[in-house]
Design a protein around this ligand. Sequence first.
Ligand SMILES: Cc1ncc(COP(=O)(O)O)c(C=O)c1O
Length: 362
Amino acid sequence: MNIKTLVREEILNQEAYSAAEVSCRIKLDANENPYDISDSLRSRIIERIKKVPLNRYPEPGSPEFRAGLARLYGVDNDMLLVGNGSDELIQVLLMTIKGQASGVMIPIPTFAMYKISALNAGHKVIEVPLDSQFDLDTTSMLEIIADKSPELIFISYPNSPTGNCFDAGKIEVIIKESNGIVVVDEAYANFSGKKFLSYLERHENLVILKSLSKVGLAAMRIGVLIGCPSLVHELNKVRLPYNLNTFSQIVASLYIENEAEFQKQADKVVSRREELFDGLKRINGIHPYASDANFILFSCSFDTNSVYVKLIEKEILIKKFSTPEVLQNCMRVAVGSSEENEEFLGALKDIMVGEGLESRST
Ligand SMILES: Cc1ncc(COP(=O)(O)O)c(C=O)c1O
């Protein structure tokens, strides 16, 4: 039997998201928080988990977490949808919105799952390259809005993998001009301090996505969507009933109670980011791009594949890119602890200088 004859064409034609499967002592490839939670918070989580009846399904719709989020963000409960990571919420949005005729618009480069999930859901994807400053090309985007009226637009703010926040004025113009939904994905907002939440009052077509993965709870897979009640009502029909397991719901509720503790860690990561940026700047042949997130994109004047492999030999994992073209000589490194950053910078320098990789002009 040829299984491929049973599979939808758009699935056959694409690659799965490639999360690195190599395990390294120093893991700087997935933009995680380098710091684990405090012992006292861990004990409180364990105490609550001990009492969980494992024979029962989780609470559908995560009511305690949603009530906490409503308080934290000052929004109504019916504006909130929580998911198994924001990845799931991206998928739910794409399964709900028509889009097939007019397409889903994304700037590129950006977070890979927008395109992968859009194609999986049968949408056409309209990619609009960022300008030379890695900002939105609003002229092209507005033309596409006028011409094709995409039903969904994804904007990562800060953007991954470039690390910058796009100009907020440009984003607002896109929200205003779009007849579709504009998603502002704030997965990295704890590191930028810039948020679009207050714009929700002004724009019914705005959806905000949040993730607890980058602030220290990646293992628990917790994402949040905030949007107008009529959209959330429809999205709820697509969301699977028990999408956030009981352990994740417990940890999510404790996150709300301890948000300040998580933000303190994020602030520490921001300080480490500046040190890492300075360190990268000092290495010949490396050009880091300014970042508002918990990672730094840098271009190198040498073969990134070779550097990537040599870093792995030193048990350091970062992220390399093969597409799009503009990223071909770029790599992305997550901000680690001071020790991790120092070891990474030392290793990168050694690889360049000591192992005789020849510089080529960029
Ligand atoms: C911009 C952006 N949005 C969403 C996600 C997915 O986050 P989650 O772990 O909540 O699924 C990521 C993960 O890397 C991301 O970079």
